[in-house]
Structure formats: structure tokens, C-alpha cells
Design a protein around this ligand. Structure first.
Ligand SMILES: Nc1ncnc2c1ncn2[C@@H]1O[C@H](COP(=O)(O)OP(=O)(O)OP(=O)(O)O)[C@@H](O)[C@H]1O
Length: 312
């Protein structure tokens, strides 16, 4: 559904270099990335600030023209046939709205029906589905400026789906939302993908979005693809560690188990880190045999830590 080959975007920026002089600089926002997303996949696209995520999405929608490389979305070259592509894709920018600020939601949707020339029956069916699943019923007559952030975001997601796009780009769709609103948005996206097979490319700084929605994740940094694969594989790349949390009968000096590092001691409780790929069984057996053990648990690595280590 999405094919990207050696995609590059270089911005030329002018900077002041004195009172009158300006010098030209090149910013390589995206520096030769390649990937493919098959139909129906939900892929997370993450990276630190300024990594090149939004620039990639803008090229995938046709807003920006690539400096070089090959790009196809649903078989269409986005920058050449932007209008034709617009009928096949939906876009939600969490930081901006595509709705008309002073109009009630429903009026924005009616305008979109005209713009996209959506047949009546399809429009009605999609509106009904989105209204029900996103809980928009009581909001349809409310002007967008009076909506809360979470309500507006749900309104924006519905707007992006009225014309039945095959691909949905989501740029920070849960930014600023409370826990409940995030859960609603994620649930809706899961159902959308399961029921309609919509391909989703999701950019977010909230890693729970990724954990809950994506099996595959791509990590970009300085315009380069650092990782493309399953969530589990991230742990290996990020050299993550699991934690053995040991409750002893009494306070003891840090215990010494081969293959582990004691990272914290608090009274009778000690935390021992070991490589995420190693088995916990021999370590547990050794602790149980050599020390007066009351309880023990194994904690999985936190994806936030893994990603932070990768970015660093
Ligand atoms: N129109 C532009 N002109 C010049 N430089 C730009 C332009 N747009 C983006 N850049 C630069 O390209 C790089 C990538 O920016 P981009 O917005 O794609 O990052 P991002 O990964 O989306 O970041 P964030 O997570 O902060 O939104 C940055 O260094 C940015 O300053």
C-alpha cells in the first residue's frame, strides 16, 4: 500500500550571518529511507523531535515534494497526483484541525461530503458508524471551537474517514488527551483496522499508542531509519534488561549472582538487572538456593526505557 525507496528531503534554509549577509544551509530532514507497508497493516512511526517524521508524512500525502527517491501510495505518486490520492487517504494532524472552527461538526462533515463527492448512502453509513463508535452523537450540532480537545480529536478522526480512505495517517492523534479519551481513540482505531482493513501509519510520542495498536514499529532519527521490525525486536536492539525483584528474609549487602547486576537495594528488597534475552530460571534457582528468600518476581523491560536508550 505504501512503497518508499531511498526517499530524501533536503530543505535549503537561509541564516543571517551578519547585518546584511545571509548564508545558505541544507537541512537533510529525511536522508534516504526505504520501507514498504502492506495493505491492512498498522505501523508505528516514531523518533525524537526533529527526526523527520512529519516531513515523511507530508511527502506521503503529497504536501511536500521529495528531493529524490521513489514514493507510491496505493500505486499513486503523491506529489504528482495529489488530488487523486486525496480520495484514497485520510490524514489527522493532532496539533491542527481540518474542521471549520466556527461551524458545527455536522456542517464541516457536509462540506467534506461535497469536497470529496461522497455518494449519499456511503456518507450516511460512514457518518453513522463514526458517530456511534466515537460517541459524537451530542456533539454534531456544537461549533468546533466549543469542543474540548478530546472531542475535537474524535471529530477530526471521523472527518478523515467519511470518504472511506484505504490509508490513514495519524500524526500524534492522542496528544494532550486524558486517559479515557486516549482509550476511546485507540479502541476505535483497532476496530477500524479489524473491520475495514484500513492501513494505518501512526506517528506518536506516546509509546502506549504503539504498544496497544502496532505490531510493527519504525524508528527514525536524523532522517535515517534506525529500526524497522516487531516491538519485541526493539528490546534486543535497545539492549534492554529485565529485572529480578528479590524479597529476602532480612536486610543483606547486595547479593552477587553471576549474569546479574544489583542495581538497587531497599531494606530486604533487592533489584537485579539481567539481559532481556537471557532465561530467568537459572538465576531464580541460584537466588533460592543461596539466600533466605521470601518472594521473587520478574519485571519485563519498559518500552519507554528501551526507546530512550535507542534515541540516546
Ligand atoms: N519547511 C522546513 N524548512 C526547513 N527545515 C525544516 C522544514 N520542515 C522541517 N524542517 C527540519 O527538518 C527536520 C525534521 O523535521 P520534522 O518536522 O520532520 O521532525 P519530526 O520528527 O516530525 O519532529 P517532531 O517530533 O518534533 O514533530 C528538523 O530539523 C526541522 O527543523
Amino acid at each position: 500500500m505504501i512503497e518508499v525507496e531511498d526517499l530524501e528531503k533536503v530543505f535549503v534554509v537561509r541564516r543571517r550571518a551578519g547585518r546584511l549577509r545571509r548564508t545558505k544551509h541544507e537541512v537533510r530532514a529525511v536522508g534516504g529511507i526505504s520501507f514498504a507497508v502492506p495493505r491492512g497493516e498498522v505501523v508505528g512511526y516514531i523518533g525524537p523531535n526533529g527526526a523527520g517524521k512529519s516531513t515523511t508524512i507530508k511527502m506521503l500525502t503529497g504536501i511536500l515534494t521529495p528531493s529524490s527517491g521513489r514514493l507510491r501510495v496505493a500505486g499513486i505518486d503523491p506529489s504528482r497526483e495529489r488530488t487523486r490520492l486525496a480520495r484514497r487517504i485520510g490524514v489527522v494532524f493532532g496539533q491542527r484541525t481540518t474542521l471549520w472552527w466556527d461551524l458545527p461538526l455536522l456542517d464541516s462533515y457536509r462540506l467534506m461530503r461535497r469536497m470529496y463527492r461522497i455518494p449519499d448512502d456511503r456518507y450516511r453509513a460512514n457518518l453513522e458508524r463514526c458517530t456511534e463508535q466515537l460517541g459524537l452523537g451530542e456533539l454534531l450540532e456544537v461549533p468546533v471551537r466549543q469542543l474540548s480537545l478530546g472531542q475535537r480529536m474524535r471529530g477530526d478522526i471521523a472527518a478523515a474517514l467519511l470518504h472511506d480512505p484505504e490509508v490513514l495517517y495519524l500524526d500524534e492523534p492522542t496528544i494532550g488527551l486524558d486517559v479515557l479519551s486516549k482509550a476511546k481513540v485507540r479502541e476505535f482505531l483497532r476496530e477500524l483496522n479489524a473491520d475495514r482493513g484500513t492501513t494505518v501509519l501512526l506517528t506518536t510520542h506516546d509509546l502506549s499508542d504503539i504498544e496497544q495498536l502496532c505490531r510493527r514499529v519504525m524508528v527514525i532519527d536524523h532522517g535515517r531509519l534506525m529500526y524497522d521490525g516487531g516491538l519485541d525486536g526493539l528490546h534486543a536492539v535497545g539492549e534492554s534488561e529485565r529485572m529480578l525483584v528479590v524479597d529476602l528474609e532480612r536486610e543483606l549487602p547486595p547479593i552477587d549472582v553471576a549474569g546479574c547486576r544489583t542495581v538497587r537495594v531497599e531494606g530486604p528488597r533487592q533489584w537485579l538487572a539481567f539481559p532481556a534475552g537471557a532465561s530467568a530460571a537459572p538465576l531464580v534457582a541460584e537466588v533460592a538456593e543461596r539466600w533466605p528468600l521470601v518472594d521473587l518476581s520478574v519485571r519485563e523491560p519498559d518500552i519507554e526505557d528501551v526507546i530512550a536508550r535507542m534515541y540516546a
